[in-house]
Design a binder for this molecule. Structure first.
Ligand code: NAD
Ligand code: UDP
Length: 323
């Protein structure tokens, strides 16, 4: 059945891929974004589609609209972006969640929330199952994001218990692919941009910290399965690729696949509260959604490197102040 679907953060990296899939499926898609960490370039190809609409709006303000489903993705996601204006980041998570949950309650829409592996902080349990409550520093530089996302999860489950709102909460682990902002400071975008430019690849710390990288197409499949899952499937559900790599291994693969002459350098110590290891336990996604990633890191990196080579990097800029 065709639906009216709101995607907040729809012009961002993940949001634009999600909009692509929903528009192709024929849904009436409304993309809401304040373009803080993204640009219209991500959705320009959709603007001429009759079933796509873009609204420049900040989710910290209420929105009145009639929709059947909401995907709530609006929030800066890269550490450099979310630490740029930390107060705004936590406002976006918390007030954005309240506004979108209020909207869902009013129009009886089903609402999906993009939470994060950061709710586990620098984890003491490895790999991380959804039952782990996490190890988060509530006053550190990552707290605006981590605690904002944790509070948003609380709001989602309270609206569900108190107001019977139909919710879907997923915890996303590091995801990469075309349309990542080249200056977002995330590890994949940094390494690929540096490799293409022949600049040194900047490892923070000794590069032994780990992450598990999921290709964007796999992740968006997981989003759609979660939204369409049975009504008792509120989550949270981890979505990510369980194959774990050290950051040094990632650097080596990017250099090799891009045929770069870049050297790998230890640029600075590990940032404060930087998680030392991260790997999703995706048993729940496998059993509830019959979902698991299919794109191996090498293949995903190839596609992402091709995209980075195809763009004019001059068109991208760091985020503008947003107070
Ligand atoms: P992104 O920065 O590309 O996208 C976020 C979008 O939200 C941007 O288009 C930005 O302009 C918009 N936005 C920010 N503040 C807003 C506001 N106040 N009002 C309206 N729009 C606003 O990042 P992404 O990687 O696409 O992340 C999307 C979502 O997924 C985020 O909620 C993020 O926390 C979550 N997530 C992503 C990852 C990942 O690895 N990519 C991992 C965990 C969680
Ligand atoms: N990192 C790095 N070099 C970079 C950017 C990031 O070594 O140029 C490291 C960072 O310290 C972290 C990991 O790569 O250990 C992943 O960082 P990212 O910002 O992509 O995401 P996070 O998972 O920390 O939110």
């Amino acid at each position: 059945m065709l639906k009216r679907i709101l995607v907040t953060g729809g012009a961002g990296f993940l949001g634009s891929h999600l909009c692509d899939r929903l528009v192709t499926a024929g849904h009436d898609v409304i993309c809401v974004d304040n373009l803080f960490t993204s640009q219209k370039a991500n959705i320009v190809h959709l603007l001429k589609q009759p079933n796509f609409e873009f609204i420049r709006h900040d989710v910290t303000h209420p929105l009145f609209i009639e929709v059947d489903e909401i995907f709530n993705l609006a929030c800066p996601a890269a550490p450099g972006h979310y630490q740029y204006n930390p107060i705004k980041t936590i406002k976006t998570s918390v007030m954005g969640a309240i506004n979108m949950l209020g909207l869902a309650k009013r129009v009886r829409a089903k609402i999906f929330h993009a939470s994060t592996s950061e709710v586990y902080g620098d984890p003491h349990v490895h790999p991380q199952p959804e039952t782990y409550w996490g190890h988060v520093n509530p006053i550190g530089p990552r707290a605006c994001y981590d605690e904002g996302k944790r509070a948003a999860e609380t709001l989602f489950f309270d609206y569900h218990r108190q107001n019977k709102v139909n919710i879907r909460v997923v915890r996303i682990f590091n995801t990469y692919g075309p349309r990542m902002h080249p200056y977002d400071g995330r590890v994949v975008s940094n390494f690929i941009r540096q490799a293409i430019a022949g600049e040194p690849i900047t490892i923070y710390g000794d590069g032994s910290q780990t992450r598990s990288f999921c290709y964007v197409d796999d992740l968006v499949d997981g989003f759609l399965r979660m939204m369409d899952a049975p009504d008792d499937c509120s989550g949270p559900v981890n979505l990510g690729n369980p194959t774990e790599f050290t950051i040094r291994e990632l650097a080596e693969q990017v250099v090799e696949l891009s045929g770069s002459s870049s050297t790998i350098v230890r640029e600075r110590p590990l940032p404060q509260d930087d998680p030392k290891q991260r790997q999703p336990d995706i048993s729940r996604a496998k059993s509830l959604l019959e979902w698991e990633p299919t794109v191996p890191l090498r293949e995903g990196l190839r596609r992402t490197i091709d995209w980075f080579r195809s763009i004019d990097i001059e068109n991208y800029r760091p985020p503008t102040p947003n107070y």
